[in-house]
Design a protein around this ligand. Structure first.
Ligand code: AP5
Ligand code: MG
Length: 214
């Protein structure tokens, strides 16, 4: 099963993608997480990506596409995957489509997690992330057991640099301009499904399971 998560920054793509990955036994692939891991490890790719990410801009397609295609060529992707944060532009979607076509394959579902802009800014300022294991929390909706500490691995939780309100506004602008057109792109392919992302995360997940099947 090959799934793409669509939605604004903070819509809950990562939250839902992790739950999908657990239930259906496919890897969760987040280009944002890959970039953040590279930044943390001080790689050349990380340094380059950081320039864009800190401003809320997209990392150039040339860099992003190569990383993603390498990742989905791994053995653990044989039975499918859930992509979170890729594609984010029409050219990225076309590259992915062509690569899959060559393998006689295709995307099965593009799930759009729909959340209006008004809800987004609050969510982002309340998000806390663990850079060690990738877990995310929300100080009001999904708090960790001990403040500032990851339940899963015990490391420190941080507010992502790009979650400051000014940067979030930029990210929303970039989303509407460059990423939202993908909703039409996948609608035309007949694989688009939308879910309401404003309800509690367990209910969002149930709506997704209803689409994907038990
Ligand atoms: P990326 O890491 O992908 O960030 P994003 O798309 O902006 O999305 P987020 O991770 O911020 O939000 P999310 O939808 O995953 O929400 P989450 O589940 O955490 O990308 C970061 C940057 O990397 C980009 O800006 C770009 O520069 C670069 N990049 C990455 N991929 C790229 C690409 N393909 N091309 C070019 N550049 C790329 O949830 C948010 C919060 O809400 C959390 O606190 C969560 O706990 C809470 N929450 C979730 N669901 C609910 C709910 N139902 N109710 C209440 N709270 C909820
Ligand atoms: Mg995410």
């Amino acid at each position: 099963m090959k799934i793409i998560m669509l939605g604004a920054p903070g819509a809950g793509k990562g939250t839902q993608a992790k739950m999908i990955a657990d239930k259906y036994g496919v890897p969760h692939i987040s280009t944002g997480d890959i970039f953040r891991a590279n930044i943390k490890n001080g790689t050349e790719l990380g340094m380059e990506a950081k320039k864009y990410m800190d401003q809320g801009l997209l990392v150039p397609d040339e860099l992003t596409v190569k990383i993603l295609l390498d990742r989905v060529a791994n053995d653990d992707c044989k039975n499918g995957y859930v992509l979170d944060g890729f594609p984010r532009t029409i050219p990225q979607a076309e590259v992915l489509d062509n690569a899959l076509n060559e393998l006689g394959d295709k995307i099965d579902f593009a799930i759009n997690v729909d959340v209006p802009d008004e809800n987004i800014i609050n969510r982002m300022s309340g998000r806390r992330a663990c850079l060690s294991c990738g877990a995310t929390y929300h100080i009001e909706h999904i708090p960790p057991k001990a403040e500032g500490i990851c339940d899963r691995c015990g490391k420190e939780l941080i507010l992502r640099d790009d979650d400051k309100p000014e940067t979030v506004k930029n990210r929303l602008g970039v989303y509407h301009e460059q990423t939202q057109p993908l909703i039409d792109f996948y609608e035309k392919k007949g694989v688009l499904k939308s879910v309401d992302g404003t309800i509690p995360m367990e209910d969002v997940f149930q709506a997704i399971v209803n689409i994907l099947g038990e």
